[in-house]
Design a protein. Structure first.
Length: 274
């Protein structure tokens, strides 16, 4: 049986990426690079076709009973436990709540269109060009390479920095309210934590520093979050906020730590196929 072509999922008229040397593809790549330099975020709205996004949302909802509820309230924006050596109100001490349903890679069937897109070399090669990181490799992690997340009423992702150089996500379904992606671009630099400004952001006293990105299904986002503190605002309503998280690295064979796997999936090993 012929395998489905993942290129069918992409709006190739808007994003003519089958030939990355073509003028249209080069324009997409240059726009992405410019946005990463200026904001640390590159957005490709409407990257995935509406019919494919609807298919992804339905397929993910069908799988949600197998998802694990990540529920963390002990960490800080630095993905560490609070350090009581710092005073009250310091970012290194301020707890952040995150609550999200997470479907690990081993539970996403090969027929799922989000998995087909993730495993398509055409997507990997486009991202390598935008990020200017070649070669780019899909993660080898059997749980973390691809995640599908669903945030329901009152779910939130607290303020945090990423431990990786970049994150690639696909907006699949928006919630009825909330669920906005907020970030303070480049609020810290190499050797400069800028704690006072970070504390203002965490306390809600620095709205002028924030960029807000609405959740628009079909948008592919490349985000460099190591130096930009960010969060997802609380979700409102009965419709889940669904996102695909695509794991890539510049090194082959990349795995998540066992601690991260336990927190995110409640296990460290893949589930054997039925």
């Amino acid at each position: 049986m012929a395998q489905p072509d993942p290129a069918r999922l992409v709006d190739l008229e808007r994003y003519p990426i089958l030939d990355l040397a073509s003028p249209g593809a080069r324009a997409v790549i240059e726009d992405g690079r410019r946005s990463l330099r200026d904001l640390g975020v590159a957005l490709l709205p409407g990257f995935v076709r509406p019919d494919a996004i609807a298919e992804m949302a339905a397929a993910t909802e069908a799988l949600r009973p197998r998802a694990y509820l990540e529920n963390v309230d002990a960490g800080t924006a630095y993905l560490e436990l609070p350090d009581e050596a710092f005073p009250e109100g310091h970012p290194r001490r301020a707890r952040q709540l995150s609550k999200t349903w997470v479907l690990a890679y081993d539970l996403v069937p090969a027929s799922h269109p989000a998995r087909q897109l993730y495993e398509w070399d055409g997507l990997r090669d486009l991202l390598a060009e935008i990020l200017e990181r070649r070669p780019l490799h899909r993660m080898a992690d059997p749980l973390g390479a691809l995640n599908l997340t669903a945030m329901t009423e009152s779910h939130v992702q607290g303020w945090h920095y990423d431990s990786t150089d970049f994150v690639v996500s696909l907006a699949i379904q928006a919630s009825e309210g909330g669920g906005l992606f907020e970030c303070a671009p480049f609020i810290r630099g190499e050797g400069e934590e800028n704690y006072d400004e970070v504390a203002r952001v965490l306390a809600g006293r620095a709205p002028e520093r924030l960029k807000v990105f609405p959740m628009v299904p079909g948008t592919l986002m490349v985000f460099q979050g190591r130096h930009s503190v960010h969060r997802v605002t609380p979700v409102e309503g009965d419709t889940p906020r669904i996102v695909g998280l695509f794991g890539f690295d510049t090194k082959p064979g990349t795995q998540s730590s066992d601690l991260l796997k336990m927190v995110r999936y409640g296990r460290t090993e893949p589930i054997a196929a039925d």
